[in-house]
Design a protein around this ligand. Structure first.
Ligand code: SF4
Length: 422
């Protein structure tokens, strides 16, 4: 069956999920231009669009788009709050790259008049501001396509550390990430080699560029995204990007048990199975014991791998190889077994592990806030009330620290019995 035929109609979720796993197998080692060419011409012909912020790194993806097909639709969210330099950059790139189908999406004037008549909503309620200026205009555009292309890369955040080329989104679309394997150095080299124009604000210290009121300069060595919504507990723009990068709403995806970044999403990983080959297996959580038995073969394996740590395993035994894993699954076999918390703290605090850390096993509502404090950033959850609580955002966070973790928590004070003794 031709690829386009396989993906043209909405198949049952499971079949599409399997199809996307197969795509990653087929095109894992293909370069970025090849991945986008396959997506645009073979997998989703006429059914694929690009969303671009025309920010600091956008030129690389747009240059690849121009090579594959300059008439592919490129959507730009014209929020009405951009720097003039960004609007100028849209025109520069359109001209420089010969992009023929850049479409600006504007917020609904009635929404602006009703909810943000003074243009200051970003100060008092940035989530609502993003909602009316980004989410609402983008939703109907998204609905027209079976797939989207993003410029996200693995190196950008720990959550993106396992990003594959193709993902199934939680609303059953295919997300294509041609630059998934690009490093920071690759991006800079690509820009240099192809003489791509820089965003005019990049040289002034803006490393991640969004709307003007919500973007600031970042210091040398600071996380590039630290300049976005600085001082606010906000990281994404209300178009909720989940682990798979799609525009997603929190949902109880019946087929998905992995909860990450606010949504149940398709899981690229599977458990290690008897008969798997250490040299060629991919997207698999390998038990520590198995990894140690076949360490050389796993280290030579070029594909994304995960590690499964169960109680009794010693993280110390794999400490020097942790950088090999995009994901570590920490097992919590029973509610009463707290060894996974210690494992996680070792991974994060002693060994500085930056990738995904997911809790597997008996993962229940009361544990999740404690797991998050230790550094767990993904949860495999089958317990229905816990799934519902996650979707509803109904989990209480821990506000008072009796045993502080990491470097940011501060103990509330001496313990009550010590206070009484004074
Ligand atoms: S980034 Fe800021 S100004 Fe732009 S839509 Fe969001 S809150 Fe509003």
């Amino acid at each position: 069956m031709a690829l386009a035929e396989a993906f043209s109609e909405r198949k049952p979720d499971k079949l599409r999920a399997l199809g996307v796993v197969a795509l990653n197998g087929m095109f894992d080692e293909m370069d970025a231009v090849g991945v986008l060419r396959q997506a645009a011409s073979e997998i989703l012909p006429g059914d694929l669009a690009i969303v671009s912020s025309f920010g600091a790194d956008s030129a690389v993806l747009l240059h690849i788009v121009a090579q594959v097909d300059p008439s592919l639709p490129v959507y730009f969210l014209e929020t009405g709050k951009h720097f003039p330099e960004t609007l100028e950059y849209v025109e520069t790139l359109k001209k420089h790259l010969g992009l023929r189908n850049v479409i600006a999406l504007h917020p609904d004037a009635k929404d602006i008049a009703r909810f943000d008549p003074n243009g200051t909503l970003w100060e008092t309620d940035p989530d609502s501001c993003c909602h009316i200026r980004k989410t609402e205009p983008l939703d109907p555009a998204v609905a027209q396509y079976g797939g989207w292309v993003t410029g996200r890369k693995r190196f950008q955040t720990r959550e993106r550390g396992v990003l594959p080329h193709f993902e199934l989104t939680s609303d059953d679309r295919i997300k294509v990430n041609p630059l998934a394997y690009f490093t920071d150095a690759d991006v800079n080299q690509y820009k240099r080699e192809h003489g791509l124009p820089e965003h005019p604000l990049f040289a002034k210290g803006y490393k991640s560029i969004g709307c003007a009121p919500c973007t600031s300069v970042v210091a040398e060595g600071e996380d590039p995204r630290a300049g976005r919504w600085r001082g606010l507990n906000k990281k994404e723009c209300g178009i909720h990007f989940d682990f798979n990068g799609e525009i997603a709403r929190p949902m109880l995806g019946a087929e998905h048990n992995l909860f990450k970044d606010g949504a149940f999403i398709a899981d690229p990983f599977r458990p290690w199975a008897e008969g798997d080959d250490a040299a060629s297996v991919r997207y698999t959580h390998v038990p520590v014991k198995t990894f140690l038995e076949h360490r050389e073969a796993f280290l030579a394996n070029p594909h994304p791998l995960g590690l499964l740590v169960v109680p009794g395993d010693k993280v110390e035994d794999v400490a020097e190889d942790l950088g090999r894993f995009a994901s570590v699954a920490v097992s919590f076999p029973a509610f009463t077994d707290g060894r996974g918390y210690s494992t996680t703290r070792l991974l994060v605090e002693r060994y500085g592990f930056q990738g995904e850390i997911r809790a597997v096993g008996d993962v229940l509502t009361d544990q999740i806030p404690l797991m998050r404090r230790c550094g767990i950033n993904a949860f495999v959850v089958t317990h229905q009330p816990t799934r519902q609580a996650l979707v509803d955002g109904a989990l209480a966070e821990v506000a008072i620290f009796y045993q502080p973790v990491g470097k940011t928590e501060v103990p509330v004070g001496t313990r009550p019995y010590l206070r009484r003794a004074r």
